[in-house]
Design a protein around this ligand. Structure first.
Ligand code: ATP
Length: 381
């Protein structure tokens, strides 16, 4: 596949090991098992200062365990955690330059907003004057000054989220760990809060590490994502790279909709791979720069929005005739499922540009679908 990354994207997606000052957190071969089950299996990651980094994955993949190891609430079975080059693997949570915001927000119900925010500062024996300044600064930052005297049960979900955030930030941590920070909010408030959180993170320049199972949330908010699967890191990259160039079949399937075709490499010359695929008539042509052996089993990943409906089949590679079997209208786009002769279904999406398209595609309609060789990727893992 052609690497279309800009210099900036390349710089932000690859950990810069030549300049260790830029790395705030190093997770070095961390493994954690509970009895015989591995929650984290040999995880190594480098996270840069000022990043908004997400640990993304399905339920049970080990992301919360890893976050709790970073916070100091769990000790790894093996491996090390370094913050600013200092090994903190065995340092207790309250002595780490780290704070954690829990999914439940974990506010003290009997305390007012102001006392909740001040709580961690009191534990640190910070002077009363400085404490008051910091609490006021935090309340202003998340715009909750008017709620200072209220108790948590007198707040909405969104307001409680802001108090929890203010409390987590009040200690000026180097790293803020967020465990599904928007999980308790409804969809609309969630989307609005995503942008507030990004703006806040950029203004403060604090490194945020967020756990989420929501791929859209991770894609919207993160500078980089570590996609986890069964205790291991499947891929670490920018949201765009993970979507456009997934490294594995699992990554392709987890992020967004994808068509996966199983096939065998027939030839590979000058970055052009021809793949024979039982499920599709004709051959698939893919641009791919890594060497592939003839006869190798591979998958071809093709995103639904890369597919076009063509006026007729000119028997070029990457053209198939299909019959539309299902249509889902989603407002901005429609998703179509079209069946080829083998019974394989191909998903494709079309934007709903006009309110009433002149000739919308309909059930049982025969169509020719086509896509460019640059629009799909070969997966070997
Ligand atoms: P979710 O999104 O559902 O919270 P997760 O990706 O955060 O999932 P973890 O909570 O890290 O997953 O759990 C990873 C694995 O470790 C799971 O199989 C879980 O059952 C197991 N596990 C986690 N904590 C413990 C524990 N204290 N004792 C035993 N097993 C545990």
């Amino acid at each position: 596949m052609t690497d279309t990354r800009s210099a900036d994207e390349l710089a932000s997606s690859a950990p810069d090991t030549s300049n260790n000052r830029d790395i705030i957190l190093q997770i070095d071969k961390v493994t954690k098992h509970f009895d015989s089950a591995y929650a984290c299996d040999d995880i190594s990651l480098s996270i840069h200062r000022g990043e908004f980094f997400s640990l993304l994955g399905a339920s049970g993949c080990g992301k919360t365990t890893l976050l709790r190891i970073l916070a100091g609430f769990e000790t790894p079975t093996s491996g090390r955690v370094l913050i600013d080059g200092v090994d903190v693997t065995n340092v207790p949570p309250y002595q780490r330059p780290v704070n954690m915001m829990f999914q439940s927000f974990a506010l003290f119900p009997h305390m007012s907003v102001i006392d909740n925010i001040a709580f961690g500062l009191k534990q640190e024996a910070i002077s009363k004057a400085e404490r008051n300044d910091r609490v006021r600064e935090m309340m202003s930052l998340v715009q909750i000054e008017k709620l200072a005297g209220r108790k948590p049960h007198q707040l909405s979900g969104g307001q409680r989220q802001r108090v929890a955030l203010a409390r987590a930030l009040a200690k000026h941590p180097k790293l803020l760990l967020l465990d599904e920070p928007l999980g308790a909010l409804d969809k609309k408030l969630r989307e609005q809060t995503q942008f507030e959180l990004i703006n806040l993170q950029q203004r403060l320049g604090i490194t945020f590490i967020m756990v989420t199972h929501d791929q859209e949330e991770a894609m919207t908010m993160s500078s980089r994502i570590a996609l986890m699967h069964e205790g291991r890191v499947e891929q670490v990259d920018t949201p765009r790279r993970i979507y456009e160039f997934p490294a594995t079949r699992y990554a392709a399937g987890f992020i967004g909709l994808v068509n996966l075709f199983q096939g065998v490499v027939v030839s590979h010359e000058n970055d052009q791979v021809l793949i024979e695929c039982e499920e599709l008539p004709g051959q698939l042509l893919v641009h791919h720069s890594q060497p592939l052996a003839v006869g190798m089993d591979v998958s071809v990943a093709l995103r639904p929005e890369k597919i076009r409906v063509l006026p007729g089949n000119d028997n070029q590679p990457n053209r198939v005739n299909a019959v539309i079997k299902d249509i889902a209208y989603l407002g901005d786009v429609s998703i179509y499922h079209a069946e080829v002769a083998s019974g394989k279904r191909i998903k494709f999406t079309l934007p709903n540009v006009q309110a009433l398209a002149e000739q919308p595609l309909t059930w049982e309609q025969e169509v020719t679908l086509g896509w460019h060789a640059d629009s799909c990727g070969v997966l070997t893992l």
